[in-house]
Design a protein around this ligand. Structure first.
Ligand code: UDP
Ligand code: MG
Length: 338
């Protein structure tokens, strides 16, 4: 909790050498909260809970499994209800409609009561076997232990390329770099989650917020398997919105860059103008430059449109924040009084 100012480079160095920081902790008597957002995940539920029992079930930790039903259209919620009736570790929050994974995670983080908190995908793409190692590193004093996907061969080449491009773009403009190939899968100490819960923004780009809060962090490499069953809810359109959400939430470079582009265009126009005048003075009047005129005009027009569009992206988000609507609405809470 002391080390809030670590730079990305220092964090990466820590990830590479895994030098244990001083503070030692013990898992004895502590509770682990798993947070599992679910959107139409009925086909994977049985396998999921079986795997969780076989892995985190043996960690000598009290367990709390918070499932967030994010407006599923299948019988995810009914199945959760059945399980919660017989298993006191299972809690379910049912959102009033599909709010998206980030909102579902936010709901889970706010409901978690454990000393350690681990968000996890329902489709078993985040192998729960890894949590044992996360807990060991937490005991060594790390506040955040994040999974690093060392092999994304389970994703399509197009998805890998676009994801790569996004991380490179994001990290080149954001003041708070995200370690490449990390997802939401990580273990966080209670102090980190409390910090996250204090952030008031509604545009919840979790990966970015995770990086923003700081604390002592370390990465653990793992191979990301393919989705167990069902299908991904993220089409490319949704992923593009997600990327724009991420960039606009963490940097204003796309807004400010237009000042530079404008200055550059003005200088270019000045040089061209002077050149034209000099030419008219020396060789006399030229053939009317219709083509060059049109090109310059259209180019300038396009630049203005892009600039306006970028402003629109930010103003739209400011509008969202100003309205102050809640990030999610809860329809039902199951198993929380137990
Ligand atoms: N998810 C969610 N709400 C949504 C979309 C997805 O809660 O609107 C959950 C989904 O059930 C899963 C996790 O987010 O547990 C990751 O989703 P998915 O596997 O579809 O994404 P991918 O692994 O393809 O990135
Ligand atoms: Mg998945």
């Amino acid at each position: 909790m002391t080390d809030t100012t670590r730079t990305g480079r220092a964090r990466r160095r820590a990830a590479a050498t895994k030098t244990a920081p001083a503070g030692q902790r013990s898992r004895r008597g502590k509770r682990l909260s798993l947070i599992i957002p679910m959107h139409n995940e009925a086909p994977v539920l049985d396998a999921l809970f079986e795997r969780l029992d076989a892995t985190v079930g043996g960690l000598k930790l009290a367990l709390e499994i918070i499932c967030i039903d994010d407006g599923s259209r299948d019988d995810t919620l009914e199945r959760l209800r059945l399980r919660a009736a017989t298993d006191a570790r299972i809690r379910a929050i049912s959102l009033s409609r599909n709010f998206g994974k980030e909102a579902a995670l936010t709901a889970g983080l706010e409901a978690a009561t454990g000393q350690m908190i681990v968000p996890l995908d329902a489709d078993l793409q985040d192998p729960p076997e890894l949590i044992a190692e996360f807990v060991t590193l937490w005991e060594q004093g790390y506040d955040v232990v994040y999974g690093v996907r060392s092999d994304r061969s389970s994703d399509t080449p197009l998805k890998r390329t676009t994801a790569d491009l996004f991380y490179r773009l994001f990290n080149s403009v954001s003041d708070y770099p995200i370690p490449a190939s990390t997802g939401d899968f990580r273990l966080m100490d209670r102090c980190v989650v409390e910090a996250l819960n204090r952030l008031p923004e509604r545009n919840r780009f979790m990966k970015g917020l995770f990086a923003w809060v700081g604390f002592k962090q370390v990465g653990v490499a793992y191979v990301r398997p393919a989705r167990l069953a069902g299908e991904t809810a993220w089409g490319y359109r949704k992923l593009f919105r997600f990327a724009v959400d991420g960039v606009t939430a963490f940097t204003t470079v796309p807004l400010r860059i237009w000042t530079l582009v404008g200055i550059g265009a003005a200088i270019a126009a000045l040089i061209t103008g002077v050149g034209l005048i000099v030419r008219v003075l020396i060789v006399g009047r030229d053939v009317p430059g219709y083509a060059s005129l049109m090109v310059a005009l259209l180019f300038g027009f396009a630049l203005q449109m892009i600039a306006l569009g970028v402003m629109g992206e930010y103003i739209g988000r400011m509008y969202q924040e100003v309205k102050g609507r809640p990030t999610y609405l809860v329809k039902d809470r199951i198993g929380f009084d137990a």
